[in-house]
Write a protein that binds this ligand. Structure first.
Ligand SMILES: O=C(CO)[C@H](O)[C@H](O)COP(=O)(O)O
Length: 146
């Protein structure tokens, strides 16, 4: 699963999709042994219960808010219930949302419990990308002060 090459290249976190892993605990162990943090991602169609047993092994849980594949898709607000559940179960784990995240929905994401975000189109298509990044960061920091 390319764990060693990623670590050798300088990655400090390795995130994989739970749907693509045959042995989640083994992969988590290999990532940690290689000196990286563990992230586990969940596609929109995957029930949150699938990842719950592995939460204690993860540094970050990623809730995809679009179908993985490409940027520019519509944010799926119904994924927020997964974020809420994961935050309730794992108060100290980083929870990330990825897909269609923008200033229009960042408050929902942060309120549900996401403290890490991926935002592509909203940033790069804005005439003021720095302003968008700042808005996104402020919204998260309001809920998760450093
Ligand atoms: O790669 C992705 C999906 O596979 C990401 O969702 C994407 O890069 C983020 O971009 P956007 O904010 O435009 O959804």
């Amino acid at each position: 699963m390319w764990v060693e090459p990623m670590a050798d290249a300088g990655a400090n976190q390795y995130t994989f999709h739970i749907e693509a892993s045959k042995d989640v605990p083994d992969l988590c162990r290999k990532i940690k042994e290689a000196g990286m943090k563990v992230g586990i991602g969940l596609k929109p169609g995957t029930d949150v219960s699938v990842v719950l047993p592995y939460g204690p092994l993860a540094d970050m849980l990623l809730v995809m808010t679009v179908e993985p594949g490409f940027g520019g898709q519509k944010f799926m607000a119904d994924m927020m219930s997964k974020v809420e559940r994961l935050r309730a179960e794992f108060p100290l784990v980083n929870i990330e949302v990825d897909g269609g995240v923008s200033p229009a929905n960042i408050d929902q994401c942060a309120k549900a419990g996401a403290n890490m975000i991926v935002s592509g189109s909203a940033v790069v298509k804005s005439p003021q990308p720095a302003e968008v990044i700042s808005q996104l960061k402020q919204a998260v920091q309001k809920v998760f002060p450093e």
